[in-house]
Design a protein around this ligand. Structure first.
Ligand SMILES: *[C@@H]1O[C@H](CO)[C@@H](O)[C@H](O)[C@H]1NC(C)=O
Ligand SMILES: *[C@@H]1O[C@H](CO)[C@@H](O)[C@H](O)[C@H]1NC(C)=O
Ligand SMILES: *[C@@H]1O[C@H](CO)[C@@H](O)[C@H](O)[C@H]1NC(C)=O
Length: 268
């Protein structure tokens, strides 16, 4: 089927011809994705991806440092940490991301995917996530550019409206009322899949504080993918001084309110 089309395409498109002659296009891994070269999808090694959301009220406890955390005024909800293909060998540092790549999403990203670190701008956070994880995801159709990757993440954030699911079940941020993993899992699992991981940090008083949720998805982004025992399931290296752990079953944990003025001391 190919052979009769090719001369026609080349005749129609001098630009295509030039592209095919460029040595970097012929050799590059990155260009395979970028220009949708046949076969790129076949080489895609990852099957599962973790969509990770964080609760700003708990995130600051994970830093354990008054002067590191900030919660912007427009951030009042669960925010995106990242979308991380598991055990991917498809990563490369060769696809740089620029501010202009996501300009049209900036307002939404600023609200739903802010950096909560004073030392890191939101754009630096996005670029880091793209470099570490997005570029690995990019061998799949629909995720194969910074713009598409961030668009999909925003869609997923709207799809998984944790705040509303919890609110409907009477689970609201509180300084006084501890929750149990079983209780929260029971509310979220029907929507986020039963592989979902509810993660806590230990605060400076030794209490468990809820700060993150990991949602396992298949490559086609449907809920559920068995990543059990997957060593690559941890958070991106270097982002957290304290990476957190699954909230211990049976132990109460706190779902703390967001306090923009005192992010590390929401309860005084
Ligand atoms: C907290 O973070 C600030 C800013 O990065 C740093 O200068 C300071 O040493 C940190 N304090 C502790 C106790 O780690
Ligand atoms: C969080 O977002 C959901 C919708 O995404 C909304 O219903 C809820 O009111 C938001 N919560 C806050 C505190 O803004
Ligand atoms: C998505 O992928 C999973 C696992 O490969 C498969 O079981 C499921 O049928 C797929 N769903 C759709 C809608 O393609």
């Amino acid at each position: 089927m190919c052979c009769s089309l090719l001369p026609l395409l080349v005749a129609l498109s001098p630009a295509l011809l030039l592209l095919l002659q460029r040595p970097d296009v012929a050799d590059g891994h990155w260009e395979d994705y970028k220009y949708g070269r046949q076969g790129a999808e076949h080489h895609c090694t990852w099957k599962c991806v973790l969509f990770t959301l964080q609760w700003p009220g708990g995130f600051c406890q994970s830093l354990n440092n008054e002067s590191l955390c900030r919660i912007p005024q427009n951030v009042n909800n669960w925010t995106i940490h990242g979308l991380w293909p598991l055990k991917s060998k498809d990563c490369c540092d060769c696809w740089p991301m620029f501010h202009s790549d996501v300009q049209e999403l900036e307002a939404e990203l600023t609200e739903h995917w802010p950096s909560l670190l004073k030392t890191k701008s939101s754009f630096q956070f996005w670029r880091e996530e793209w470099r570490k994880h997005g570029a690995c995801a990019a061998c799949v159709e629909g995720l194969n550019s910074p713009l598409r990757y961030f668009q999909i993440c925003l869609k997923l954030r709207h799809q998984f409206d944790i705040h509303r699911l919890l609110d409907d079940a009477g689970i609201t941020p509180s300084c006084d009322r501890p929750y149990k993993v079983e209780e929260v899992h029971g509310v979220l699992a029907p929507h986020l899949g039963d592989k979902l991981e509810i993660q806590c940090v230990t605060d400076d008083k030794g209490q468990q504080v809820w700060f993150q949720v990991k949602i396992g998805l298949s490559r086609n982004l449907t809920v559920g993918c068995d990543h059990h025992g997957d060593a690559a399931a941890g958070p991106g290296p270097g982002w957290y001084p304290s990476p957190g752990h699954p909230c211990p079953p049976g132990d109460p944990f706190y779902y703390l309110p967001i306090d923009h003025e005192q992010p590390l001391r929401p309860c005084g």
